[in-house]
Design a protein around this ligand. Sequence first.
Ligand SMILES: Nc1ncnc2c1ncn2[C@@H]1O[C@H](COP(=O)(O)OP(=O)(O)OP(=O)(O)O)[C@@H](O)[C@H]1O
Ligand SMILES: [Mg+2]
Length: 419
Amino acid sequence: MNFAAERAEMGRRELAVDPAAGPVESFAHELRRLRVRAGSPSYRALARKAGYSASALSSAASGTTLPSLDVALAYAGACGGDPRQWEARWQQARRELTDINEPVTDTPPVRAGAAGKPGDPLEWTVAADEAGYAGPYRLRRLIGAGSMGRVYLAFTPGGRAVAVKVIRADLAEDAEFRRRFAQEVAAARRVHGIFTAEVLDADTEGLRPWCASAYVPGPSLQDAIAHHGQLPAESIWLLAAGVTEALQNIQAAGLVHRDLKPSNVLLALDGPRVIDFGIARASDATHLTRTGIQMGSPQFIAPEHLLGHDITPAADVFALGGLIAFAASGQGPFGDGVDPAVLYRVVHEPPSLHHLTDELRELVEACLHKQPEHRPELDAIITTCGERSAATSLKLSSQWLPTAYLADIQRRIATVATL
Ligand SMILES: Nc1ncnc2c1ncn2[C@@H]1O[C@H](COP(=O)(O)OP(=O)(O)OP(=O)(O)O)[C@@H](O)[C@H]1O
Ligand SMILES: [Mg+2]
């Protein structure tokens, strides 16, 4: 079929894709070639065979985002492709895509608590209208996946990079989740600070809710520790002070983060950035349990939160203590995973901090106090970081992290520039 005929059929022309541009483009190019080999059936004809709409199928080959496995296989099957071969091809493209998030080594990232997440991205389907755009933002790469959905690197119409979290289809259907999500995103948009990634935009009403925040070029603390090892004390004082300042901004907007943990702290050239503040409330523990979804990382959740008591900003101080211990030792202070034993230890047992220096241990212990009212205030934490740091005053420079970390950040900056 020529372009004019196709345009008449689809209402728009299928733009050319450059297979060398990346895994998404290359996968789309292969799909299109298969369709040509099948005699260029119209998308409408394919839709009848595939059980997906013509627009879902044409989006699958648009080269803007990787289609879901279901849609890809339906497309390929309707064109006579071998499902096993196409599944392998799709898996390969997906692996290449996720590589942008971990461009440094071949080791897969170690994600604390991943075992308990309902989280294999293969389970998620991409709605036809999600493939390619979330609102005005052009989705370019899948950069992460968590318990609420997937995170894409996207671009604003003006060309700035943003991170778009697209909520999982099953949560999107949950009216209670949607109500809370709308509420929490509105609150999160009131947070302004230099150590927080600003929430820029959201759609809480559409078929698949999403929210967009400033893209931070840098690994999460979780992935960075897994790839490059623990941080030295000097980096940790700066990390702790930056995260504490972020908590001050979050508190100033009347919010509690509720889910501060290593995957929610990103490491940029000019300091840490806290993400996902408040949003966890949309799917908080009680609601999650009701819907059968498990929590990701209970070792960073304060005892009063786990016990279902009232939560105050001191719950974030508890999480900060765990985060500092993790940055210094590569381990959570109560063990890893979603084992009930971890929950028990958080509530009843002292943290295990023997890998820490005396100075770090003192601060972490104070933050991890079981009684929220005995945990230190945010101002006092920043003062302690300043006093303990070897520098005369806390100052973030572009050398605040070890070389391997900085190289990782630079690689991400370079990759984003090529998209
Ligand atoms: N603003 C952002 N800039 C850059 N990368 C981001 C941004 N937001 C999220 N990411 C990436 O996406 C990953 C996944 O985030 P997500 O919040 O979905 O999952 P999580 O924090 O690992 O788990 P959970 O859903 O339990 O919170 C992050 O760890 C980070 O690597
Ligand atoms: Mg997160």
